[in-house]
Design a protein around this ligand. Structure first.
Ligand code: TYD
Length: 208
């Protein structure tokens, strides 16, 4: 049976990577099904090389998007699809929506172009459930210890990215927005409660 594909998104410093790890551990303990935690950029061997370039070298905005898309294509084909098709739940720390939020809303790359490339590489694959961990950009920036090239985009850039995520969350029921400024345990409990609801719905939908 095909398994669920879950993504976790948010601006830099929102705490999503810690939350993704907690979710993975809870699924492994409570769901009796295999689960892998992966992420973008850099979830594959090729992707880890692309990640180095992306986070360290200045480049044109379209080049930047295409490199994220190349990383994503490799990620889908070598890891995400084979895993869910083999009955393993996949949690990805960032996916499609990161490019729409950062390169589209943040940098102004054409949404039509982004969507076109995405439709080509995903061949219809989209997350079954996406958590957006939402924090104020000021909070996100304050939490970052060391910043990479994209995180150096500054407050205005992060504001646009955050607005982008909020806008996206209104377009599709797969999104669940979680307030990320509370204690870590409160945030992870909220993610877990929502996961259980969506998991139940998903299992029901597979019976049809
Ligand atoms: P990530 O490794 O998730 O960093 P962090 O753990 O700080 O969130 O992502 C690195 C950076 O790449 C991050 O600033 C977000 C950015 N990014 C994009 O701009 N577009 C994308 O499509 C993806 C996947 C990431």
């Amino acid at each position: 049976m095909r398994e669920m594909f879950i993504t976790i998104e948010g601006i830099d410093g929102c705490g999503k990577s810690t939350q993704a790890l907690i979710l993975k551990e809870k699924i492994a303990i409570h769901c009796g099904v295999g689960v892998v935690l992966t992420g973008e950029p850099g979830g594959t061997t090729v992707g880890s090389i692309v990640r180095e370039v992306l986070l360290n070298k200045d480049m044109d905005n379209v080049t930047e998007f295409l490199l994220f898309a190349a990383d994503r294509n490799e990620h889908i084909k070598s890891l995400i699809r084979p895993s869910i098709n083999n009955g393993i739940i996949v949690i990805s720390d960032r996916f499609l929506d990161s490019s729409v939020a950062y390169q589209g809303f943040g940098r102004g790359v054409s949404f039509d172009f982004i969507n076109y490339v995405h439709s080509f590489i995903t061949q219809g694959l989209k997350p079954d459930l996406t958590f957006i961990v939402d924090v104020e950009p000021e909070v996100g920036l304050r939490r970052l210890k060391k910043t990479d090239r994209i995180e150096n985009g500054g407050l205005e850039f992060l504001r646009r990215v955050r607005e982008g995520y909020i806008e996206l969350s209104k377009r599709d029921r797969r999104f669940v927005v979680i307030k990320g400024e509370m204690d870590l345990d409160i945030v992870s409990d909220e993610i877990w409660e929502n996961f259980l609801i969506r998991r139940k719905e998903w299992i029901e939908s597979q019976k049809d």
